[in-house]
Design a protein around this ligand. Structure first.
Ligand code: CA
Length: 240
């Protein structure tokens, strides 16, 4: 079945253009021109993806994102203005899965959409595994361990010393990649490919942003040094 996408954009031409392109790709598309309508539509329909402009009348995009994610975890790609670095960071903080800077090439947007939908499909698969009756508590398969940290891939959960740590999808993939490659220094490019998909066209410093998020959620809270920076190369988690 075709993916169902909501476009939230108040610039009428851009909204119309994007709608036509997405329909041409075979997606089912709805459109909203202000934040309040967008939030209503996003909570009452089951979209596979939302493209969300930040500067919107009535309710801005970040507020829409915050309120929406209290109710459901529909993936959101933010449409941001060129120099709005703070918007990007607060958007990722608020749970956006990606952002694209306007004006964008339609091929780039379509590539981001494909990556996000693939990620969503993978997430749906792991959510199904959590609910399956064969998923017994004693099973250790799919669990990555580092000191007191435990990552359960199938349950999509991370615990430190038994305390649950809330991670976004991207942070989870990033930590998983580092844990699966323990003692191997991974470059920003390698991490970017694993975390954002091979056709991600954004800046590699987004990896530094995710490392900062992970450190603030884990290293700083539990006073440990889990993710190590190897200057000029990348990042590593060491087993000892
Ligand atoms: Ca706008």
């Amino acid at each position: 079945m075709e993916a169902y996408i909501l476009i939230v954009e108040d610039e009428e031409k851009l909204a119309r253009f994007t709608e036509l392109e997405l329909k041409h790709e075979g997606y089912r598309v709805d459109k909203a021109m202000d934040g309040r309508t967008a939030l209503e539509m996003a909570t009452s329909n089951d979209y596979d993806l939302i493209l969300l402009d930040i500067m919107l009348p009535e309710l801005n995009g970040l507020e829409v994102l915050r309120r929406l994610h209290k109710e459901k975890d529909t993936p959101v790609i933010l449409l941001t203005a060129r120099d709005a670095v703070m918007d990007k960071v607060s958007g990722l903080d608020a749970g956006a899965i990606d952002y694209i800077t306007k004006p964008f090439a339609i091929e780039e947007l379509l590539a981001r959409i494909r990556v996000t939908l693939k990620l969503r499909a993978a997430m749906a698969g792991s959510a199904a595994a959590v609910n399956s009756p064969s998923d017994s508590a004693g099973q250790r398969e799919g669990v990555l361990v580092w000191q007191k940290l435990e990552m359960d891939i199938n349950r999509h959960s991370v615990k430190y010393d038994g305390h649950e740590i809330e991670l976004t999808n991207r942070e989870f993939v990033m930590l998983r990649t580092l844990l699966e490659n323990m003692d191997i220094v991974l470059s920003r490019d390698t991490l970017l490919e694993r975390v954002c998909g091979y056709d991600y066209l954004g800046e590699t410093n987004v990896i530094d942003v995710y490392v900062r998020y992970l450190r603030s959620k884990i290293d700083e809270v539990y006073n440990i040094k889990m993710i190590q920076t190897v200057r000029g190369v990348g990042y590593v988690i060491k087993s000892e």
